[in-house]
Design a protein around this ligand. Sequence first.
Ligand code: LPP
Ligand code: ADP
Ligand code: MG
Length: 308
Amino acid sequence: MKRARIIYNPTSGRELFKKHLPDVLIQLEQAGYETSCHATTGAGDATKAARAAVERQFDLVIAAGGDGTIHEVVNGIASQEYRPKLGIIPVGTTNDFARAIAVPRTIEGACEVITTGEAVPIDIGCVMNEGKTRYFINIAGGGRLTELTYEVPSKLKTMLGQLAYYLKGIEMLPSIKATEARIEYDGKVYEGEIMLFLVSLTNSVGGFEKLAPDSSLNDGMFDLIILKKTNLAEFIRIVTLASRGEHINDPNLIYTKANRIKVTAPNNMQLNLDGEYGGLLPGEFVNLYRHLEVFVPKEKAEQMRAGF
Ligand SMILES: CCCCCCCCCCCCCCCC(=O)OC[C@H](COP(=O)(O)O)OC(=O)CCCCCCCCCCCCCCC
Ligand SMILES: Nc1ncnc2c1ncn2[C@@H]1O[C@H](COP(=O)(O)OP(=O)(O)O)[C@@H](O)[C@H]1O
Ligand SMILES: [Mg+2]
């Protein structure tokens, strides 16, 4: 019997996972997994639980929650020699990473992917800032707007779901100002005022599933988006274009690929990692090529092998 460890965040999303737990355990048992669970107790707890699962040599770690829970689980595994396979049960608010790897956002469907899908190697990101090394699996970003995701209280997300983010985003809009930044990427440099920058591993950021349309899960490259200083009207126009994936050719945008990116900002810009607070810049981002194995649907695994 293979051994699986479910690490679930009872406060993620609409807080519905707990009552489905018995069915999930049966589904995994039937697929040959002896499964145990850990409910997270607060910030950082999922990282500790994932580290314990590595030490106890579990074959599979399942992150049941939103992108923040997956983020914390990845930070418990990524630095270790032995890295269990990763399964996702997306019961969070936005679930960007699940969208990017085509894991359905139903609990039963997500379990199906774990029991009948395929574990494929994917790139993850590593960032060195504040003298620490942190990992991220979907997105890293900076600029006032990106701070909204960790300013939205959990209760509001439970009640309103993703709308909570949009309300916060719209509330913040009038006060959003450009910030001076210097971004070096694979030998090139951008220096100037920006609204935000995003270092993405997948196409789906903040529920915008075409924000980084050319990204690949296993090419060893980040997609880098820099949005230069704009006025409010232009900013809203670009966000609206971004929601349809039509922002890429906008003259205010730099959209390129790089596997090493250095960001410095004179007035300590905050860093968003997978929707969570990731400390202050300056920071250096490095792409870790095919560093983790994650379960994806069979057809997604075929697509990735075919290289698109
Ligand atoms: C389309 C409406 C237009 C009207 C104007 C609206 C302005 C408000 C802006 C909307 C912001 C919503 C962000 C949702 C964040 C979220 O779900 O975030 C949730 C995820 C975490 O997911 P979980 O909820 O699963 O934990 O966090 C992240 O994705 C972190 C990065 C957030 C970056 C947000 C800001 C950039 C995204 C959109 C702007 C694009 C600008 C153009 C760039 C090319
Ligand atoms: N028991 C808990 N009580 C409160 N917060 C928690 C608990 N367990 C985890 N968290 C925190 O919940 C936050 C959101 O997790 P996430 O999975 O991203 O949910 P959502 O998709 O709703 O944002 C993370 O910052 C995590 O540290
Ligand atoms: Mg979150």
